[in-house]
Design a protein around this ligand. Structure first.
Ligand code: FMN
Length: 322
């Protein structure tokens, strides 16, 4: 068996990486001695993610997760990151002199998950924040309550923007009867919605109903529903960095997943709130509040803490079905 075969035998573990809307945009293509990471344009989010920040973060998350999985299998592999837009390729895995040095294990990869319901009140232990920073991430901390109003504004923008809602609708799986419920996208359970809430959301955002929902103030109503999300004393972390090239964003995606794994290994979950960055008004105010330099931007925003309920395991497409 070649190292390529040995590596690809673990593809399902690599695919536990997180991705925006759980689109799983990555595609592996191998030769006898290389494995290339491509992205599937049909799994990008051109309207919600026009700068492709989340696409490249998700590719970085996949690359880092894959290196951890390879290390767990004892395979010496490294990733050469170089984006080729024409070929839609992000990186190439090649044989390395030694096994990737990482504190994370296969268990870390499998246990990490997003949690979107209630969190135990309490801010992040400063020692944990210091340990996260040591993983190569520039993280800023903001109290949850400070972002209640910006999140409501960002949610109103999100639910009021037809193209963004249309992409969300395409990736929501609000009933177990959805044909892709166990494969990809955001399920009702992953979004911590009750049956009634899931049915209500499906009715409001349905392709025909949405025009009426939008006219009758539905976006404000939907935004109001998430207001309680940050009304407790907790921590929101913001990953800050330069996003001048896709390669740098991929590197930030690698750091982001290391941070999420380190939190997960300590029993802490994350809940990303990317709408705060997608909405120009709230993103600008956040950058001002953090006093960022012109070449820096907020790249990911997420609350973190001990979840009140066990988070669900999200769906993935098995490699054998690709
Ligand atoms: C770059 C990026 C952006 C994300 N943005 C959001 C978000 O705005 N809201 C959210 O609830 N989850 C967000 N997520 C989390 C994904 O939805 C999640 O990773 C995916 O559904 C798989 O679930 P898991 O992480 O629990 O395995 C984001 C993830 C990534 C990598």
């Amino acid at each position: 068996m070649t190292w390529v075969d040995a590596f690809r035998a673990h593809e399902d573990d690599c695919r536990r990486a997180p991705s925006a809307h759980n689109t799983q945009p990555w595609l592996l293509r191998s030769t006898d001695d290389t494995v290339d990471v491509h992205w599937d344009p049909a799994r990008a989010l051109p309207d919600s993610d026009p700068t492709r920040r989340d696409l490249f973060l998700s590719l970085g998350a996949f690359i880092e997760t894959s290196l951890i999985v390879a290390a767990a299998a004892g395979l010496p592999v490294r990733a050469d990151i170089a984006v080729d837009h024409a070929a839609q390729r992000a990186a190439r895995f090649v044989p390395a002199a030694s096994v990737y040095d990482t504190p994370f294990t296969l268990t870390s990869v499998h246990q990490r998950r997003c949690a979107r319901s209630g969190y135990v009140p309490g801010v992040l232990d400063p020692a944990v924040l210091a340990a996260l920073t040591a993983l190569g991430a520039d993280l800023r901390q903001v109290p949850t309550r400070d972002l209640v109003a910006p999140l409501a504004q960002a949610d109103r923008w999100m639910f009021g923007t037809p193209e963004v809602v249309s992409e969300l609708r395409a990736w929501m799986r609000l009933s177990p009867k959805h044909p892709r419920y166990h494969l990809d996208g955001l399920t009702d359970r992953a979004m911590a919605l009750s049956r009634v809430e899931a049915t209500g959301l499906a009715a409001m955002l349905g392709p025909r109903a949405y025009a009426v929902t939008r006219r009758l103030g539905g976006p404000a109503l939907l935004a109001a529903a998430s207001k309680s999300l940050l009304r407790y004393d907790g921590s929101v972390l913001i990953l800050v960095g330069s996003a001048v090239t896709p390669e740098t964003v991929i590197e930030h995606g690698r750091a982001l997943v290391r941070v999420w794994l380190a939190l997960s290994d300590r029993g802490l979950s994350v809940h990303p709130l990317s709408q705060l960055l997608d909405c120009t008004a709230t993103a600008t105010r956040l950058a001002e509040r953090l006093g960022l330099a012109p070449d820096e931007s907020p790249l990911a925003v997420f609350r973190t803490g001990h979840p009140l309920a066990e988070p669900v395991r999200s769906a993935r497409i098995p490699a054998a079905q690709l």
